[in-house]
Design a binder for this molecule. Structure first.
Ligand SMILES: [Zn+2]
Length: 361
């Protein structure tokens, strides 16, 4: 398959997801919060010569705009995601990377955030002839299934008309992320039923094939001591088989699944999930930790050079500017982020030897 540097969207994104299922790889979807993590993500994709998904959570988008801003009506979170996406559009060519720009969980109360991004995206489309984002996610898993799917259909219509994708959530990803706490949710809601996936699949397909499904199979946001919840990737396999039989389909994996809350999972479970149709896996907790660890090690190493502007262990009169310049330690965070993210590309088999994707203008 051939891809070009810049935004991947519409029919090409559909082809990429189908191709990923055929070849057995998934694309890392890394959460970013500002230019440091955005650039580190693009740097990784360039080094790996592979497509990447870069995504903003609602909190990450707000942070990118600046926590000092008032966020009434989600206006700061809208512009934080918009400016982040424009940053990526403008630099993807220089990095030489095909990139999918996405936004993460939007529960019912965050629909104004999505609406604001769509409104801006329409203006962008008029001017540039392509969408600003490749896709948005709605997470209405807290609502009854029928309502979840009904609202999702409405958004899928609007997005697919703009050549964009919609990601929906069925069942609940456990744990805690971005201020949403699902740590005490009833265990059985952490496992989606094949019937629920089939219902959503059938209804959404009436509108457009431009959708992906984040189905819960015991996945949990964040990293906790093992043992509490068990990952059951076979739920994805069972869902694919159920749908194939119910609708008499020939395709082996009709559904394109998304894997949330995969941090700390066994590689074996990750690979199984990919084999059962996961095309996108979210990466957040592990790269958050890696960024901080990179900064931590810098501070550990140069602690004595960071206590005052002048004077360090090599001399009382020596200036410390070259140690405390924030670029120094931020870069160490970026480097550590890149190193960890590379491992995710390998775990997900998003590497040229496997995906056989050539990137050219
Ligand atoms: Zn998630």
């Amino acid at each position: 398959m051939k891809l070009q540097p810049g935004l991947v969207y519409g029919k090409q994104l559909k082809d990429l997801f189908d191709y990923a299922k055929e070849k057995g790889f998934a694309i890392p979807a890394v959460n970013v919060v500002g230019s440091n993590s955005i650039n580190a993500a693009m740097e990784t994709a360039a080094e790996m010569k592979s497509p990447i998904i870069i995504q903003f959570s609602n909190g990450g988008a707000y942070f990118n705009a600046g926590k000092g801003l008032d966020n009434t009506g989600q206006k700061a979170a809208v512009m934080g995601a918009v400016t982040g996406a424009i940053h990526i559009h403008k630099l993807a060519d220089l990095y030489g990377i095909p990139v999918i720009i996405h936004t993460d969980h939007a529960a019912k109360k965050l629909l104004p955030w999505v609406d604001g991004m769509i409104e801006y995206g329409k203006k962008f489309m008029e001017k540039h002839g392509k969408p600003l984002f490749s896709s948005h996610m709605l997470d209405l898993s807290e609502e009854p299934l029928e309502e979840n799917v009904e609202i999702s259909k409405k958004y899928l219509k609007e997005l697919s008309d703009m050549n964009m994708f919609l990601e929906i959530e069925l069942g609940i990803t456990g744990g805690e992320e971005d201020g949403v706490d699902n740590t005490d949710v009833d265990n059985k809601r952490l496992y989606t039923q094949p019937e629920e996936v089939a219902y959503a699949y059938e209804e959404l397909l009436k509108i457009s094939p431009y959708f992906t499904i984040a189905a819960a199979f015991g996945n949990v946001h964040g990293v906790y001591k093992p043992g509490n919840v068990v990952l059951r990737p076979e739920i994805l396999k069972n869902s694919q088989e159920y749908i194939r039989r119910k609708f008499g389909l020939k395709e082996e994996k009709p559904v394109s699944f998304v894997f949330h809350g995969g941090s700390g999972s066994d590689l074996e479970d990750i690979r199984k999930a990919i084999d059962y149709g996961v095309v996108k896996m979210n990466i957040d907790t592990d790269t958050q930790y890696a960024f901080t660890a990179g900064v931590r090690e810098y501070f550990r190493k140069y602690w004595d050079y960071l206590q005052s502007q002048i004077g360090n262990p090599e001399g009382d009169d020596l200036p410390n500017k070259k140690y405390y310049d924030p670029r120094k330690w931020l870069r160490e965070g970026e480097k550590s982020f890149v190193k960890r993210l590379k491992r995710s590309f390998e775990d997900l088999r998003d590497v040229p030897e496997i995906h056989q994707i050539t990137i050219e203008k």
